[in-house]
Design a protein around this ligand. Structure first.
Ligand SMILES: CC(C)(COP(=O)(O)OP(=O)(O)OC[C@H]1O[C@@H](n2cnc3c(N)ncnc32)[C@H](O)[C@@H]1OP(=O)(O)O)[C@@H](O)C(=O)NCCC(=O)NCCS
Length: 174
């Protein structure tokens, strides 16, 4: 399995991957979101990685830029979306995409990463709830709103509401 930055030519495969992998009721919306984020200037700086197996794209992860209202300028990111093709799941590809992404963001001097997802899954790579950054909307499961520091104590004094890229801001994604 090889992980690399996605290119313009991968866009259709990325769309298809999310559409095939997410549950039917959200698949189309997530697939569109992935493509919109890739073209969204308000998402920059952005990191988009694909996992390849025998020349086929089997996984994709995207990190887009966020800011925090009322806080100093910080280089923060949000992880969304992430998907690994059903027949390739459980082989460590999702975790490898997350870890590689975090490593690259560290080298880019990123400070923190947010995610809204399953705590059982994301806690495996160090994400935890209980930080000071609020989501843009009230959440049904606040424990699913997690963060990870890329730099020691990066989240210690940050309080405020997150401001995401325009394409990630509609309430339907939260
Ligand atoms: C979530 C997802 C990306 C994980 O990818 P993956 O390549 O299978 O992940 P890994 O192989 O690194 O980790 C698999 C482990 O995580 C566990 N896991 C996967 N999804 C989980 C979840 N939602 N909650 C808890 N554990 C989960 C698996 O049971 C497995 O456990 P094991 O190692 O003890 O066997 C993949 O299942 C997926 O694409 N799901 C559909 C889309 C989705 O839900 N994306 C995340 C949105 S927040």
């Amino acid at each position: 399995m090889n992980i690399r930055a996605s290119t313009e030519q991968d866009k259709q495969d990325i769309f298809q991957l999310h559409r095939d992998t997410f549950a039917e009721e959200e698949a189309e919306a997530v697939a569109k979101l992935a493509l919109e984020l890739l073209e969204d200037e308000t998402a920059l700086p952005l990191l988009s990685l694909v996992a390849e197996q025998d020349g086929d794209i089997v996984g994709h992860i995207l990190f887009s830029s966020v800011s925090v209202e009322g806080a100093d300028k910080h280089q923060g990111y949000i992880l969304a979306p992430l998907a690994v093709l059903s027949n390739q799941q459980g082989r460590g590809i999702g975790s490898a995409l997350i870890r590689r992404g975090l490593d690259i963001l560290k080298t880019r001097r990123g400070e923190f990463v947010l995610v809204l997802g399953d705590p059982k899954y994301y806690s495996r790579t160090g994400f935890a709830a209980g930080h000071g950054i609020s989501p843009p909307y009230e959440l049904a499961y606040p424990q699913a709103w997690m963060a990870l520091e890329l730099k020691k104590d990066a989240l210690k004094n940050i309080k405020g509401k997150v401001q995401c890229a325009a394409s990630l801001s509609p309430a339907q994604y939260w």
